[in-house]
Write a protein that binds this ligand. Structure first.
Ligand code: SAM
Ligand code: SF4
Length: 338
């Protein structure tokens, strides 16, 4: 951290130390809960260049951000993205950045796992909702399970610690719950389930049909395992339990059924330079003018970041309880990054 700059503290006294940045809105999959089949993507000229992404992230790091998660869209389909990871590794070397990581669908990991490790990445979240070839093809529309499994093999071979993120979907992967848990245990991978969130228009799918509350999922787990709640929190929405029989740690991301906002330490940046200080609110600020208007002076950028953090809301309003998707967000998850 640049010691001359005061840390980023929001109006509710939360220190902002975690930046999730989407480096592209594009993806090689079209997961049904995330995108419509005919998604319209941003014109390439609207995206921040890799140099601009570097400058943006470096400014946040100067102001106390210690953890950087690269996401998308699918981050590994962005052209020359390794140049950006390599550039970020200088902040790991100085110690300003404690962790550089990414969330990926795994499709490109066979190609990039070693390079990611070389850039200082040590952990990776890989999204995978089913172990069945046909169901995988159905849910991702364009994906192939074997490609992702090869990516996971490559990640583990490269020395990356893998966490699997699975979106809990009623009538889809509920029947695979124990298979997924056992598979992760057999490969020494952590596992987190995510409740489906009302993000963006995704075509014909009905979110209330897909919604599988994690309280239900947890109750099912408890029929076979003794669950111990863990105190561990990451400043985010995940809560963890240990399955005593296997020693496995399983996380639950339950934005609908728990309020996690009081400890929120994160903000999100889109690939066009918009900062969203809350995943569940529409409010955002555009940091791109501050970045582009003064290419040789970071002071206006610092000021714009601080002003945006000064508007971070207390929390979000998602709610499925009225059998209508209240608090629904108009943007897609691939826009702000998961
Ligand atoms: N493409 C990468 C991937 O799939 O991991 C990174 C971006 S993706 C938007 C990040 C995460 O958001 C994934 O784990 C995905 O399953 C999750 N996600 C996408 N849409 C969601 C939704 N409507 N509700 C809950 N999680 C969602
Ligand atoms: Fe792509 Fe990830 Fe969205 Fe699936 S969840 S469509 S892999 S961005």
């Amino acid at each position: 951290m640049n010691t001359t700059l005061p840390p980023l503290i929001d109006p509710f006294a939360r220190a902002i130390t975690y930046l999730r940045i989407s480096v592209t809105d594009r993806c090689d999959f079209r997961c049904v809960y995330c995108m419509s089949e005919d998604m319209k993507f941003l014109p390439k000229k609207d995206l921040l260049t890799l140099e601009e992404l570097d400058r943006m992230c470096s400014a946040f790091i100067d102001m106390g951000v210690e953890k950087l998660r690269i996401t998308g869209g699918e981050p590994l389909v962005r052209r020359s993205i390794m140049t950006f990871f390599d550039a970020m590794s200088r902040h790991l070397e100085t110690g300003a950045l404690k962790e550089l990581t990414l969330t990926t669908n795994g499709s490109q990991l066979a190609k990039y796992a070693d390079d990611l490790y070389a850039a200082g990445v040590r952990r990776v979240n890989i999204s995978l909702d089913t172990l069945d070839d046909q169901k995988f093809a159905d849910i991702t529309r364009w994906g192939r399970l074997t490609q992702v499994l090869h990516g996971i093999d490559a990640a583990q071979r490269a020395g990356l610690r893998v966490k699997i993120n699975a979106v809990a979907l009623k009538g889809f992967n509920d029947v695979e719950l124990f298979d997924i848990v056992n598979w992760c245990a057999s490969r020494d991978m952590d596992l987190t389930f995510i409740e489906v969130m009302p993000m963006g228009d995704i075509g014909n799918e009905d979110r209330l049909d897909q919604y599988w509350p994690l309280t239900d999922l947890r109750n099912q787990l408890a029929t076979r395992y003794q669950l111990t709640d863990l105190a561990e929190r990451s400043g985010g929405p995940a809560r963890y339990v240990r399955l005593e029989e296997s020693g496995q740690k399983v996380g639950f991301i339950t934005p609908m059924t728990h309020n996690f906002c009081e400890s929120c330490n994160r903000v999100r940046l889109t690939c066009t330079g918009e900062i969203y200080t809350c995943l569940g609110q529409e409010g955002w600020q555009d940091l791109r003018p501050a970045l582009r208007n003064t290419p040789d002076d970071d002071a206006p950028l610092y000021e714009a970041i601080r002003a945006a953090i000064g508007l971070k809301p207390k929390g979000h309003d998602f709610d499925y309880s009225r059998q209508d998707v209240a608090g629904k967000m108009s943007r897609h998850m691939s826009h702000t990054g998961g």
